[in-house]
Ligand binder design. Structure first.
Ligand code: NAD
Length: 491
């Protein structure tokens, strides 16, 4: 069966999803949502008022208290989450909503985003009865233990890149630990999250356990963070928003936050590697995947000067294969930029680098033949210094800067010279050198002789420095969705 589809024919869930029902309260402002591939209008969403946010949180709180979701045997949640994962994998509407209004080409959305979302849910389903607290050594006539308890209602806020995967990362651990959740997807890519919630109810997860509100960050998002009944905030997005959320959470109940923020991840290539072509493949994919709109995009190539020319040539050979295409066309692989303003921002950072004396080796322009869609060419930039915006700011586009080094310490120092610390790639065939680099690099994730996540959801992900606080995925995500009560019993 072909995956090609016509975006006008995709049924769009209209409104917020609260208590198992789509709701469109009167008087809320409408926000247009456009398709990144061609810039055309797709559908609109309401901007949640304070009353709507309160309705969603109240619905979640009621479900947490009354539906049995938080008090049932954990394996009951396991079974429901497994049913949900099956529906996620099979649902054509979910796939088409994800690819029509996000940057994910349908073929990749099916094999990547949808498959990964389903598997993420299964992973957390399997942990539901395995993360319950701890038992402590005390004297013989006492018993000391910690009991893990859900927060009740978790507020989640997600970005526009990988909307489905990000929603699964947030919902999986929150629901497996018995919480209810109110999630606000990005106003640019809101619809697949609603479909995800509809499928949850179809899978037998009680209505009200998973609610979706739409709206802008400054209104709906901020109100969700501040709501007194929300016990914890789990956020993925930019550092500026992360800081605003942290302040808001501090001022409204001192609630805990998990912040998965941006990055400017180095790709450190030492002189002796196993296979330079394989390194080139990792680096090409690391900055062109989703057209660079990836938090862990490896956008700073730091390469030993003796192999730099050969490596750059191989990367150039790889990236000529990136061709623009509509996301609903099954042959498309290369992503559009989310919208024209974001593409213009990418271009202006590249132009500024050129004015500052940097050398644009490849790219630096839009693809011309793409109508209103904003497709940006993979761009290689040499002759840069660490103080240039293109090197120190998150560009969030397919732009790779190139710097060279001659000795190990110099390479590691360049890799660490950033306010971010999300991820890093290290390429070497010398195990000791790789180990030294792992120890020295300040990043929440270090990949060695590969770049990018795998299906090993047990490995947590999260940033150091300005890239965030706390972890998604892994056991750490389950811990982050629970609070721990210390108990001491005399007998
Ligand atoms: P963003 O920070 O602009 O928006 C993210 C979400 O926050 C959106 O839903 C938005 O509506 C909401 N928001 C905005 N202001 C808010 C406020 N004051 N209060 C509450 N919510 C608010 O980010 P974006 O542009 O959508 O996404 C791109 C960013 O996300 C990049 O920096 C990227 O690196 C980061 N990201 C990080 C990870 C990770 O795992 N570390 C994953 C994906 C994306």
């Amino acid at each position: 069966m072909t995956l090609d589809f016509t975006p006008e024919n995709v049924p769009v869930p209209v409104g917020h999803y609260i208590g198992g029902t789509l709701v469109t309260p009167a008087g809320e402002r409408e926000i247009d949502v456009n398709r990144p591939s061609d810039g055309k209008f797709f559908a609109s969403i309401p901007d949640a008022s304070a009353d709507t946010v309160d309705h969603a949180v109240s619905s979640a709180l009621r479900a947490a208290k009354e539906s049995g979701w938080s008090t049932c045997a954990p394996r009951e949640r396991t079974r429901a989450l497994y049913r949900w994962a099956e529906l996620i994998e099979q649902d054509v509407v979910l796939l088409q909503l994800e690819s029509a209004c996000s940057t994910r080409p349908v073929t990749l959305a099916k094999s990547g985003d949808v498959a990964s979302a389903a598997e993420t849910i299964r992973f957390f389903a399997e942990l539901a009865d395995k993360e319950g607290g701890d038992h402590f050594a005390t004297c013989h006539s006492k018993l000391g233990f910690s009991a893990a308890e859900p927060y009740g209602v978790i507020g989640a806020i997600t970005p526009w890149n990988f909307p489905l995967s990000m929603a699964a990362w947030k919902c999986g651990p929150a629901l497996a630990t018995g919480n209810a959740i109110v999630i606000k997807p990005s106003e640019m890519t809101p619809f697949s999250t609603v479909r995800l919630a509809e499928l949850a109810v179809l899978a037998g997860i009680p209505s009200g356990v998973l609610n979706v509100i739409h709206g802008l960050g400054a209104t709906a998002g901020a109100q969700l963070v501040a709501h007194p009944a929300v016990g914890k905030i789990s956020f993925t997005g930019s550092p500026v928003t992360g800081a605003a959320i942290m302040t808001n959470a501090a001022n409204n109940g001192i609630k805990p936050v998990t912040l998965e923020l941006g990055g400017k991840s180095p790709q450190l290539v030492f002189e002796k590697v196993n296979d330079l072509a394989q390194v080139a493949n990792c680096i090409s994919g690391g900055f062109t995947g989703n057209a660079g709109q990836v938090c862990v995009a490896g956008t700073r190539l730091i390469v030993h000067k003796n192999i730099a020319d050969e490596l750059i040539e191989k990367i150039q050979q790889n990236i000529v294969r990136c061709e623009p295409g509509l996301t609903w066309n099954s042959a498309s692989r290369y992503s559009p930029i989310i919208n024209k303003p974001q593409a213009d921002k990418i271009h202006s950072i590249v132009c500024h680098a050129r004015e500052q004396g940097a050398d644009i080796l490849t790219g630096g322009t839009f693809f011309p033949e793409t109508g209103n869609g904003a497709f940006y060419r993979p761009t290689l930039i040499a002759g840069v210094t660490n103080d240039m915006d293109v090197v120190c700011r998150e560009v969030f586009g397919p732009v790779l800067t190139i710097q060279t080094f001659t000795d190990e310490d110099e390479g590691i120092a360049l890799a660490n010279d950033t306010v971010y610390g999300l991820a890093a790639g290290v390429y070497t065939r010398d195990l000791s050198q790789g180990m030294r680099a792992i120890r020295a690099i300040e990043a929440g994730t270090v990949w060695v002789n590969r770049y990018g996540r795998s299906q090993d959801f047990i490995i947590p992900t999260g940033g150091f420095k300005m890239s965030g606080i706390g972890k998604d995925l892994g056991r750490a995500a389950m811990e982050a969705c629970q609070r721990y009560k210390s108990v001491l019993i005399d007998f």
